[in-house]
Design a protein around this ligand. Structure first.
Ligand code: ADP
Ligand code: MG
Length: 365
């Protein structure tokens, strides 16, 4: 069975600070577009293989086309998808998702969110007359183990619930019906600005919170009034660096510890899912809000792409190595994605058997 998680690595270009410290030295040697040799702090060489490696000169469009576009196309066919960026602060996670700015107009620099939104509206436009499409947007942030609604700041402690039909859901979260790409980008801009408010008084809160963008695509078949939905979840994780390295104290230290707890919960989930003892062991999804929200993505009811963002500089080698090890482990997660049907269909036909799922996937492909 092939993995439902595509794992890619993206190296950003060296920053001027890194060049000042180490010149243009890098700690990687490219082998091909899937593998490279990594030189660790002690000069030891390790070879890594991934589904795809994007080196420093890679373009936003190539990252999108390989890792994200197939997932977006499936979401339009009611197969859930999740895209996660992982890596230390400054490794290029937000740049990959948002570009330099969510309203960036330079085609080359646009982040994957802008590209996803464009593709979704294109798919909707080209659909035939038998289907009505509609789309919704939600945006939340997990900060100190609380889920905050970025489109309505009065909702600062959203509860996570599970429902047999919809899977994991955020109870009462704001869902904006979006009508075109321009409108969606404006809403994304609003949500991002709400997240950034914290930055001034929480000392770079954005790198210590996980930002989650949720796009729900609803398809209504006119002839038999059936509805099916596909959910796309895009996650910009908090920085994965070790707390000691940040020199944090007091409240900032507490924040950092909480973030590290949810990222260790994520690592524990990945370890449990890839444990050779198989699915019989307990998967600790409930250990953090983050893993609970990602339960569908990692537990099988979704296609997923993990983008491991790294600096190519030797000064960040220990953090890059830790990111690469996390990604290498995640490659072994295996669970087939399913197609979502509406409640009426499930009541009539019972829960979808693996054979039916298979049929459904074949029909959809
Ligand atoms: P993170 O979200 O992982 O903390 P950022 O995405 O904010 O990191 O990136 C840190 C800095 O590096 C930003 O100034 C960003 O513009 C720049 N950067 C990151 N990735 C790239 C890239 N692929 N090309 C050009 N600049 C990049
Ligand atoms: Mg960021």
């Amino acid at each position: 069975m092939s993995s439902n998680v595509t794992v890619c690595v993206r190296f950003r270009p060296l920053t001027s600070k890194e060049i000042a410290e180490h010149g243009d030295e890098v700690c990687i040697r490219c082998l091909d577009d899937k593998s490279f040799v990594f030189k660790d702090e002690r000069g030891e060489e390790l070879t890594f293989n991934f589904d795809k490696v994007f080196y420093s000169e890679s373009e936003q469009a190539s990252v999108y086309e390989f890792s994200v576009l197939p997932i977006v196309r499936d979401a339009v066919n009611a197969i859930n998808g999740t895209i996660i960026t992982y890596g230390q602060t400054g490794a290029g996670k937000t740049y990959t998702i948002e570009g330099p700015n969510i309203k960036e107009s330079d085609e080359l620099k646009k982040g994957l969110l802008q590209r996803v939104v464009g593709e979704l509206f294109e798919c909707m436009k080209s659909s035939d007359e038998t289907v009505n499409y509609s789309m919704k947007l939600s945006m939340v942030e997990i900060y100190m183990e609380k889920v905050r609604d970025l489109l309505d700041l009065t909702k600062d402690n959203i509860q996570i619930k599970e429902n047999k039909v919809q899977g994991i859901m955020l109870s009462g979260v704001t869902e904006i019906t979006i009508v075109d790409a321009v409108d969606t980008i404006q809403w994304l801009h609003t949500g991002i600005a709400n997240r950034a408010i914290g930055e001034t008084y929480m000392n770079m809160a954005s790198s210590r919170s996980h930002s989650i963008y949720i796009l729900t695509i609803i398809q209504e078949f006119k002839a038999h009034k059936r509805v099916r939905t596909g959910k796309l979840v895009i996650v910009d994780l908090a920085g994965s660096e070790k707390v000691e390295k940040t020199g944090a104290e007091g409240k900032v230290l507490e924040e950092a510890k909480t973030i590290n707890k949810s990222l260790s919960a994520l690592a524990n989930v990945v370890n449990a899912l890839t444990n050779p003892q198989g699915k019989t062991n307990h998967i600790p999804f409930r250990d953090s809000k983050l893993t609970r929200i990602l339960q569908d993505a990692l537990g099988g009811n979704s296609r997923a792409a993990l983008l491991c963002c790294c600096s190519p500089s030797p000064c960040n080698a220990p953090e890059s190595l830790s990111t690469l090890r996390f990604g290498a482990r995640a490659k072994y997660i295996k669970a087939p994605p399913r197609c979502n049907f509406d409640e009426g269909f499930i009541q009539k036909n019972g829960f979808i058997s693996p054979a039916k799922q298979d049929q459904c996937e074949r029909v959809l492909n």
